[in-house]
Design a protein around this ligand. Structure first.
Ligand code: NDP
Length: 303
């Protein structure tokens, strides 16, 4: 007798959706989340591309999905999954040294913001170097700040930061932005946002807290110093797959088959930890639903 039919690891968009599907199929479902239910959605402001909501705050969307999952009967637990092992037909999930058994698993462990590997970055992490405007932006009211990156996250967050900070520099390594045109146009038209093109941040400096950064311009081959109070880095993500020994691609993303099964039978994966997910809430929800359906089929075939 196993503790749960299904254990879902990760409480973001993909994990929550898988859990809603499996619990509604009558499978006892435990959802384990390390720290923040909702994952990346919870850290996102105004979402305007999730069908059904013209505009919704990430936190509000998470509250709705989490409440729905719990109402359907999903059990939740806050804890860190350290390992997964197979014992006959059972899989043993070690959560903070407690062993819980299950028949199937969905890994929806997401990804973490990529950090720059330059002088001073580690020293000033949390002391001027940050990764979430919504969380830490309010600390820098009326100060000079910078955003690094040119994707959707960087440009959207520069708009949020511009409402708090006196001035926002967007430092981007090329001359073209990757972000959706709508966000680009808004940022380019915002008076207190200034773009620094073709530039890489080469170092973070200060006494106790960050007070300046060194920038290298790849067009002029010149270095310069920019005085500021905080830098928010939005240069993509790395998958949270290190603890799990299933097949991955060269960048560390899980490789899954058409049914979202990993290289291990009965272990499925969905969302931002899987290669090619497109990192959208809608694609994570879709993948979570598909993985949940696959778990249901897999367990029914086993009966
Ligand atoms: P992206 O991978 O889209 O963009 C990362 C940005 O960081 C790029 O501009 C890239 O430059 C730059 N970059 C990467 N590595 C470095 C480095 N080492 N040094 C300096 N710059 C670097 O990541 P995002 O987090 O912005 O977005 C991830 C996904 O999430 C995307 O699919 C995006 O569309 C989606 N998203 C959607 C939102 C929405 O509201 N629709 C909001 C936020 C994210 P370069 O362009 O030169 O490669």
């Amino acid at each position: 007798m196993v503790d749960y039919d299904v254990i879902i690891v990760g409480g973001g968009a993909a994990g929550l959706t898988s859990a809603i599907y499996t619990v509604r199929a009558g499978l006892s479902t435990l959802l384990v989340e390390k720290e923040l239910f909702g994952g990346q959605i919870a850290l996102t402001e105004g979402i305007e591309n999730y069908p059904g909501f013209e505009s919704i705050q990430g936190k509000d969307l998470v509250d709705k999905i989490l409440a729905q999952a719990k109402k359907q009967g999903v059990k939740t637990k806050v804890g860190n999954v350290q390992s997964i092992t197979t014992k006959g037909k059972e899989k043993i999930v070690e959560i903070d040294n407690e062993k819980v058994s299950t028949r199937a698993i969905v890994l929806a462990v997401g990804s973490t913001p990529r950090k720059l590997d330059v002088v001073g970055r580690e020293e000033f992490d949390g002391k001027g170097v940050h990764y979430c405007v919504m969380c830490d932006g309010p600390l820098y009211k009326d100060r000079v700040c910078a955003i690094i990156g040119g994707g959707d996250a960087a440009i959207k967050e520069s708009l949020s930061l511009a409402k708090i900070a006196k001035k926002v520099f967007v430092i981007h390594r090329r001359e073209g932005l990757r972000a959706e045109k709508r966000w680009q146009d808004l940022a380019l038209a915002t008076k207190n946002i200034e773009f620094i093109w073709n530039s890489e941040v080469r170092g973070f400096f200060g006494e106790k807290f960050l007070d300046s950064i060194k920038i290298f311009n790849s067009k002029t081959n010149k270095e310069s110093v920019l005085e500021l109070s905080a830098v928010f880095t939005y240069i993509g993500h790395v998958p949270n797959t290190k603890s799990f020994d299933f097949k991955k691609d060269a960048r560390g993303y899980f490789v899954v088959d058409k049914s979202y099964q990993t290289s291990e039978e009965g272990v499925f994966a969905a969302g931002d930890c899987v290669a090619g997910n497109h990192t959208q809430i809608a694609t994570s929800v879709g993948a979570g639903a598909a993985a949940g359906m696959s778990v249901i089929n897999y367990l029914h075939l086993k009966e």
